[in-house]
Design a protein. Structure first.
Length: 277
């Protein structure tokens, strides 16, 4: 499966050579304490592929070795050793092997109702450098305990570590108070005509400096991150209000409803009308 298109349905292809392990909340109820639906390890071989059209929770994947690709923000992004990829709930999420080489990664998928603040939001990085071994080792420790003694206290320890590592990956940029302040201001007024120049000025840096900081801390350019905040707000308005699509578009900074609809479908995987339905 060389390409994935935005209109594909749910897809699960393991690949005969893949070695996969996972633990779900149906297997061990304590995962639900952190709203973890499932977590696991993948040593994936072609044609391994997953497409999740409207996942109910956040997704965190950390590549330990090899190379694959992940569909995030409506764009394919490379996953390689030491790179974490994150996806928010209710947004099209897909990933697959890209070559004959094996792809090794650890992952956690959450189950977060719409009234719950998700672990991964538009404020989280979409792709960020991290310690590629950490989550792999933690989930490997959980697996070893699950397949041997199943001591509840030790299983609890490993689950706490896994969730803690996912939280750390999802919010690293908050250590930079200036960056947090800029995007907090933007989030309070998404309808404003934000330009790269205006954003950089609030960060007290040049446009290129601000762009580099955002790419490093968020895995997105400033304008891509602005779009992510707008799309997330649109999702909330579509499900919590009866406002027309045209009105929602204006509330988040789109003057043209058709431009908004195209952007929304590219990021979320379905049109605003379909998403609301």
């Amino acid at each position: 499966m060389s390409e994935i298109h935005l209109d594909l349905t749910e897809t699960t292809i393991d690949g005969s050579g893949s070695r996969l392990w996972s633990l779900s909340r149906d297997d061990f109820a304590e995962l639900s304490m952190h709203r973890i639906k499932r977590l696991g390890l993948a040593d994936a071989a072609p044609p391994y592929c997953r497409v999740r059209v409207r996942p109910t929770g956040s997704f965190v994947m950390v590549c330990f070795g090899g190379r694959g690709r992940v569909l995030l923000d409506g764009r394919w992004q490379t996953s390689s050793g030491g790179v974490a990829c994150l996806a928010p709930p209710r947004v099209l999420n897909a990933f697959q092997t890209v070559s004959a080489a094996r792809w090794r990664f650890a992952w956690i998928r959450y189950d977060e109702p719409e009234h719950v603040r998700p672990l991964v939001s538009a404020a989280s990085p979409v792709r960020v450098r991290c310690d590629g071994e950490s989550l792999w080792r933690i989930v490997s420790g959980l697996r070893a305990q699950w397949e041997s003694g199943r001591d509840p206290r030790l299983l609890h320890h490993w689950i706490e570590l896994a969730h803690g590592e996912a939280k750390r990956i999802a919010q690293p940029w908050r250590v930079d108070e200036r960056l947090w302040a800029v995007w907090d201001e933007v989030g309070r007024d998404l309808a404003a005509d934000w330009s790269l120049e205006a954003l950089a000025k609030r960060f007290c840096a040049s446009k290129e400096q601000f762009r580099r900081v955002c790419l490093r801390e968020l895995g997105r350019s400033p304008m891509q991150h602005l779009a992510s905040l707008r799309i997330e707000r649109a999702q909330h308005l579509l499900t919590s209000t009866d406002d027309k699509v045209e009105s929602i578009a204006r509330q988040i900074g789109f003057e043209d409803a058709s431009v908004f609809s195209r952007a929304f479908k590219r990021w979320v995987g379905r049109s605003p009308k379909s998403y609301r339905e």
